[in-house]
Design a protein. Structure first.
Lengths: 270, 268
């Protein structure tokens, strides 16, 4: 699943990466001086892959995600989605934030259908799709509820359902469960894996939780700050579907240690 | 209804509400009692402050006068038109400034500078420009009323969370879609607070306009009765003006709760 792309870009085929970064870099101008937020990143992500980005604050992982989403222009290099250079947001890419960003005046169902409205779709098929997705995230009993009646975890489920309803091929997640408590987060992670693996959605998942990254991913991209850059990529060969029990195995501990090593290396200490 | 349920928390809350209402009632009774007694006991001249019962009497005779309705309708019309126009203008300019940041940067100093002027000074000018009729009063009401709506519209639209804007960008929403699906509803509670203030200001504008130069209207009546030392009638007109203001306010409050149903009780 995590095979690197070898085919030339632009050539349609199974091996063509769905997301690709070529020297993707970002510099910000702060008080007249240039600050490198992200040094050129080269990365190929295969269709259906679950890939995590871990690193401390300031390592450029969110910046990378925003550039892939087309929400932030690149200063150097380019990001490609399905072989096309990213210049603006695309409906094939869903972006999930740390906060659920639900509209409090809309019911759960109306929130989930909001993107469809923006796309000009109000037909019965999309409403049926929304119901199915809400059922998949376990919210079938809350279709008519308002966001303030829901817990934080349930609100993030709505945010996830809102994206899944318009069926993007790539899901970008910027610390989506960072504000949730540990137990809720674990449950959300398992559900996210189950849903996205079943639908074959490619996931780029930003987190600063190493265990979470290793547990869910096919590959973990380890990043270090000042300047933000990729310090290494760890292949997680663990079989799927993943289960909590796998965390106790030696192989899992080794992977955690490998990621930790790459983080420490970048800082030049520990 | 829940009147028969034995919810102890609800029960306590109801008792608390009752106690506060009772206390307000007591305060009102004390004030009205003092008002009634002070002139009767000779503490103040009843020419300067007629007893409360005399004001109530004046109110009932005044509203039965054939000329009264005409004055009432003129002032009500000035207030309503001034309020509606002021609200629309404030909302329009506030929205424009929020949408075009360069427009805001250019015009904001003028907006703030304009607000620094005590706008009542315009009243004589408006009489000269727009005459003794209703137009000059409506203009005065608009000029005083539009500002809180403008500022609250601007502040409300600018307080839309960055993530909400990014969400709309990520699904390629047009600016118009972002505006009416996210920004406007988000700003509505704040805008409404400005609209409520605008109503109060519209009443002030209309009355001030009438004070400066008019031959009809409730403000004109206040001025007239004051000069005739018919203070009981002055208070009667003031009571009517208070009723107009309060009536409008409760209407807006009702509309607010219908429109902004999602606001949690803590925000109210």
């Amino acid at each position: 699943m995590a095979e690197a792309s070898s085919g030339p870009p632009g050539l349609a085929g199974a091996a063509e990466p769905i997301v690709e970064a070529r020297g993707l870099a970002k510099t910000f101008s702060v008080a007249g001086s240039e600050v490198v937020a992200l040094e050129g990143v080269d990365l190929s992500i295969a269709r259906g892959e679950f890939i995590s980005f871990v690193g401390p604050s300031g390592c450029g992982k969110s910046t990378f995600l925003n550039m892939v989403a087309g929400l932030l222009p690149a200063s150097g290099g380019e990001a490609l989605v399905k072989g096309v250079k990213v210049t603006e947001p695309s409906r094939e890419v869903g972006f999930m934030f740390q906060s659920p960003v639900l509209l409090p005046w809309r019911t759960v169902e109306q929130n989930v259908l909001m993107p469809a409205e923006v796309f000009g779709r109000k037909d019965a098929a999309i409403r049926q799709k929304a119901r199915a997705v809400l059922e998949a995230v376990g919210l079938e009993g809350f279709v008519g509820a308002y966001p303030r009646q829901l817990s934080g975890g349930m609100q993030q489920r709505v945010a996830l359902a809102r994206i899944l309803t318009y069926e993007p091929e790539v899901l970008l997640m910027d610390e989506p469960f960072g504000a949730l408590d540990e137990f809720t987060r674990e449950a959300m992670n398992l559900e996210l894996m189950r849903i996205t693996r079943a639908a074959g959605i490619t996931v780029l998942f930003v987190t600063h939780n190493i265990t979470e990254a290793v547990f869910m991913s096919d590959r973990v991209v380890v990043m270090t700050p000042r300047p933000g850059k990729v310090s290494g990529i760890v292949d997680v060969g663990l079989p799927r579907p993943r289960a909590i029990a796998q965390m106790q195995q030696q192989g899992f501990a080794d992977l955690i240690f490998e990621v930790r090593g790459l983080l420490g290396q970048g800082r030049g200490e520990h | 209804m829940t009147t028969t349920t034995a919810d102890p928390v609800e029960h306590l809350a109801r008792r608390e509400r009752l106690r506060y209402r009772l206390m307000s009632l007591v305060i009102v009774m004390v004030i009205l009692g003092a008002w009634e007694l002070a002139p009767r006991l000779g503490l103040v001249s009843s020419i300067i402050l007629p007893p409360f019962s005399a004001v109530v009497g004046a109110l009932f005779t005044l509203v039965q006068q054939p000329f009264f309705l005409g004055h009432f309708i003129v002032t009500l019309r000035e207030i309503v038109i001034g309020f509606v126009l002021g609200t629309l203008i404030g909302f329009g300019i506030g929205t424009a400034l929020a949408i075009w940041p360069s427009a805001k940067r250019v015009s904001y100093p003028f907006v703030v500078g304009f607000q620094a002027i005590p706008k009542i000074v315009f009243a004589p000018l408006f009489i000269a420009w727009f005459g003794f009729g209703e137009t000059s009063k409506v203009v005065m009401a608009v000029v005083i009323a539009f500002f809180p709506v403008l500022i609250n519209t601007l502040v409300g639209l600018e307080s839309v969370p960055e993530d909400a804007r990014r969400l709309m960008r990520s699904i390629k929403a047009t600016q118009w879609q972002t505006f009416y699906k996210v920004s406007l509803p988000h700003a509505l509670p704040v805008i409404f607070a400005g609209v409520k203030a605008a109503l109060t200001f519209a009443v002030i504008g209309a009355i001030v306009g009438e004070f400066v130069g008019a031959s009809v209207g409730l403000g004109y009546l206040v001025d007239l009765y004051n000069n005739q030392l018919r203070i009981d009638r002055v208070f009667a007109v003031i009571t009517i003006l208070a009723a107009i203001g309060a009536g409008g306010y409760f209407l807006l409050e009702w509309l607010d709760q219908k429109l902004i149903f999602w606001r949690s009780d803590a925000d109210r």
